[in-house]
Design a protein around this ligand. Structure first.
Ligand code: C2E
Ligand code: SIN
Ligand code: FE
Ligand code: FE
Length: 651
């Protein structure tokens, strides 16, 4: 703007005011805050949103007499956001008048609509700024319209006047120009030529002023306004905005070029920033996704270690698959090694039950192919897939894409993990990688469960084998002594019933049962001459006989599986009163299993023929058991025994 007023001769200043009238920009440097809200050109430009011409004023920035033009600054919606103003330097008007070629004593006057003299030739210092609306000539001029008058001038000299209003807007007249020629001169020369000349001068003056305004409007206001609007839009973040002005060599061309380059640079910078922000956002999302993936794997790990139920673990795997891979449906098919087929084991997100019914042979369908090829099979469009075994499934479920990854544990394909989407889906490398990771976890889960199942079966097999072996042994033992045949079986059954009556838990009874079966296994160390001796034993023979519980202990203790069953073989000849063998334990020192067993064993021994005596009748044997309560036997157990024998139905 400063450059602009240097280029022209007729502007004292150019500036921009905001909507409150505060000058925000001025070609002539401001010495303090300046407000123009009270100036008519300002508020008229604001209220009419149009070009406005003010009245004569003394410019607050330059101190010069001036007539100011206001030009509204409009935003994209046509709202006024400020005013550009130009102060027309009235000194220039005086110069113009002084240089006009007129007869001596002539005057040129410029008036505003209030009748204030803006310019006068001659004697500008005397007249400019004066307001004389009452003077007849002033009244005639200010009334409007073009015309001539024969009247005294302001200095009382009679003159012939020609005058013309200068329109400054629609229906608005702001300035008036008049030329006066002394009547004397007019009479002396008295030619029409002279009058016409005076009017021509008037016209020229008017045209010059109009040219100044038009120039102001087109060559000053318009580019200024466009730059201001562009700057405001730029300030609001519309970085694509450009001045739209030619980048020519002039002041505005250079300014426009600078502005446009700045806007381009800003736009580029903003694009870079946006890119950087996007990259950062992606990085953050990526990190979050990795964290969630890690958490998903951890959840699966916990399920694998925390549960040996494969269906439970696979349910956790599938939950994570659906959540982390955004699968619409997912399932695990397992390999049936006998039929070489895949069958459904667990699923998520299926609408119907069709998936459960399929059995796919290896190589059949996409799942079968994943097993044979041992790699992930991707079907981008199931509706167009040639290898279309599960057409019904795909149609019923509305699946569009499928991913099938083989579950390989220790080199063996144990099954497949299948992911279905009901929409076209383009996986990222990260997605596929995570699918295979989850597949690996599922494979581990299946392998673990298989191991456990195998272990359980082996354990069961072993247990069965043990117990069968034990029964075989006990029968062999019974057979050694024909007359005790069936004794062990009977004693074992009675011991178990007694144990239940006494309140032993089932897992203790398992061991108690084995102990009963093996109670006289120590007899294997006793020679048949003692074992089958028809009469009473000598002291020496007794000494040997009493070793049979110790033999049992020595025989069974090294077998971990039978250790918990040792109580009976080792302690079944201990007595409640401490007179038993081999250790002479008394009361509760004697293991409960052995105390229970002793009652059953003696009862059955007395009721059986022995090589050394015949079987006792029931009453005698019962009397004996009753009588031995608190001596040989634990009285509490005798009580249970008697109830059992007397009321077998209550067992
Ligand atoms: P067993 O014949 O199976 O007897 C087991 C237990 O039942 C005996 O333990 C004893 O407490 C009781 N019992 C069996 N028969 C009688 C009996 O006639 N009277 C009485 N009061 N109690 C009887 P025990 O006494 O420690 O004997 C352990 C094993 O030693 C017997 O097993 C048997 O094989 C053998 N035995 C005991 N006494 C004789 C005997 O007089 N002659 C022979 N040849 N063997 C005997
Ligand atoms: C001023 O007054 O000095 C600034 C411009 C104006 O109001 O005419
Ligand atoms: Fe015994
Ligand atoms: Fe016995």
């Amino acid at each position: 703007m400063a450059a602009r007023i240097r280029e022209t001769t007729y502007y004292a200043n150019i500036g921009v005011a905001d909507l409150n009238g505060n000058l925000v920009c001025s070609a002539v440097p401001l010495s303090g805050r300046v407000n123009v809200a009270d100036r008519s050109y300002f508020w008229r430009a604001v209220t009419t949103a149009d070009f406005a011409v003010g009245e004569y004023l003394v410019d607050r920035v330059t101190g010069k007499g001036a007539i100011n033009f206001g030009y509204p600054v409009l935003d994209a919606q046509g709202h006024v956001t400020g005013v550009v103003y130009a102060a027309l330097d009235l000194a220039w008007l005086n110069d113009f008048a002084a240089n006009a070629d007129l007869p001596p004593g002539s005057t040129i006057t410029v008036l505003d609509r209030k009748g204030t003299i803006l310019a006068r030739f001659p004697d500008p210092d005397r007249w400019v700024g004066k307001t004389e609306p009452e003077a007849p000539i002033v009244a005639a001029i200010v009334k409007g319209g073009e015309g001539t008058a024969d009247a005294p001038g302001l200095d009382a000299v009679p003159r012939l006047f020609g005058f013309v209003p200068l329109r400054t807007g629609p229906g608005e007249t702001a300035l008036f120009l008049s030329v006066g020629i002394p009547r004397a001169a007019a009479l002396v020369e008295a030619t029409h030529h002279l009058i016409r000349n005076a009017l021509l001068v008037t016209l020229f003056g008017a045209l010059a002023l109009l040219a100044a305004w038009a120039g102001g409007s087109h060559f000053l206001f318009d580019p200024v306004n466009r730059l201001i609007m562009a700057a405001e839009r730029l300030g609001r973040g519309e970085l694509t905005v450009r001045s739209g002005l030619p980048h020519d060599a002039g002041e505005f061309g250079r300014l426009a070029s600078t502005f446009d380059r700045m806007a381009t640079a800003l736009e580029g910078r903003e694009a870079q920033l946006e890119q950087a922000r996007e990259a950062e956002r992606q990085e953050r999302e990526h990190a979050e996704r990795r964290l969630r993936h890690t958490q998903a794997l951890h959840a699966i790990d916990q399920a694998i270690t925390g549960s040996l139920d494969l269906r439970l673990t696979l349910a956790v795997v599938l939950d994570q698959v659906v959540a982390e891979l955004h699968a619409d449906a997912a399932d695990v098919l397992l390999v049936d090694p006998h039929s070489q087929e895949l069958y459904y084991s667990a699923g998520r997100g299926f609408r119907g039950n069709t998936i459960m019914a399929y059995r796919l042979r290896f190589g059949e369908g996409d799942a079968g192919r994943a097993v044979l090829d041992r790699r992930t099979v991707t079907v981008a469009d199931l509706t167009k897939a040639a290898d279309f075994v599960r057409r019904h499934l795909v149609e019923e479920e509305g699946f569009v894409t499928a991913f099938v990854t083989p579950l390989i544990a220790k080199g063996q394909v144990a099954g497949v993990l299948e992911i279905f989407q009901r929409r076209p889906f383009q996986p990222t490398a990260e997605w596929l990688e995570f699918l295979e990771t989850l597949g690996g976890q599922a494979a581990v889960a299946i392998d673990n469960a298989a191991l456990f199942q195998g272990l359980q079966r082996a354990n069961l097999d072993l247990t069965l084998a043990y117990d069968t072996t034990l029964e075989g042994w006990s029968k062999a033992l019974d057979l050694r002594d024909k007359e005790t045949e069936g004794h062990t079986q009977r004693v074992t059954e009675l011991t178990v019933r007694l144990a239940r009556g006494v309140g032993l838990r089932e897992e203790e009874i398992v061991h108690l049962r084995r102990g009963a079966l093996l109670h006289d296994i120590g007899m294997m160390g006793i020679s048949e001459s003692i074992l089958l001796k028809p009469g009473p034993l000598t002291d020496e023979e007794w000494g040997i006989m009493k070793k049979h519980p110790v033999y049992a202990f020595e025989l069974l203790a090294p077998v971990a599986h039978l250790r918990p069953a040792l109580d009976i073989p080792y302690s079944h000849h201990e007595k409640w009163d401490g007179t038993g063998y081999p250790r002479g334990l008394r009361g509760n020192q004697i293991p409960l299993a052995a105390r229970v067993f002793a009652v059953a064993d003696v009862w059955d021994a007395l009721r059986s023929d022995r090589p050394y005596r015949a079987a006792w009748p029931q009453e005698r044997a019962l009397d004996y058991i009753r009588e031995q309560a608190g001596r040989h036997f634990d009285p509490a157990i005798v009580e249970v025994f008697l109830r059992l024998v007397e009321h077998p139905a209550q067992d």
